[in-house]
Design a binder for this molecule. Sequence first.
Ligand SMILES: Cc1cc2nc3c(=O)[nH]c(=O)nc-3n(C[C@H](O)[C@H](O)[C@H](O)COP(=O)(O)O)c2cc1C
Length: 210
Amino acid sequence: MQTLTVADLEGMEKLARIQLATSLPGIKPISLIGTVDRSGQTNLAPFSSIVHLGSSPALLGMVTRPDLVERHTLANLTEIGAWTINHLHPRILGAAHQCSARYPKDVSEFEATGLTPHFEEGFPAPFVAESRLRIGLTLEDLIPIPANGTQLIVGRVVLIQIADGLLLDHGHLDFDAMECLASTALDTYFKIQPLARYSHAKPDQVSSPV
Ligand SMILES: Cc1cc2nc3c(=O)[nH]c(=O)nc-3n(C[C@H](O)[C@H](O)[C@H](O)COP(=O)(O)O)c2cc1C
């Protein structure tokens, strides 16, 4: 094993340190976050820090970088109180990655990349029409992380849209047929392949694939 200490990490060249630090959580989800401001200006940005926070109510969290510079996603979802999570597949990956570019506020990443906004009656934030799994959320909480000025954005799931045939029995989603993608760091994307589904683990019984 190669061992790195805090001193080694701090001594690394800046971009290499960021690459390593952002790789440490391993493979993560990747989605486009859709928002809009009060004037109707839409915005898209890829986020990989999406995490399940609870099932009843269904809550999802994501971490935003410090707002030392303009953060359109954070500003819009705070202003409107709602946003969307749109899962990716290979055909929209290039456009989704391009959405991480720092476009000015008056440029919509929808227009810049050719992705299609889709609005649902009664829900203010834009979905990505090309996405096969889309989630609408309302803002529940913004929790500061004082150690580095990031914030945990807590959202309540209020709408779920799934392409036909991809919601399986007992609430399982067919991520394989969805061609769902995963990511690490800020530049690397993966196809996923199902490996096994296990029965609920119990102390008195060795769980096995079902
Ligand atoms: C693969 C990938 C994952 C990212 N994940 C996050 C994230 O979880 N949180 C975050 O604040 N920024 C993340 N970013 C960076 C934002 O997408 C980027 O800062 C973007 O310009 C933000 O746009 P906005 O100002 O329109 O919100 C990620 C970028 C990439 C390429």
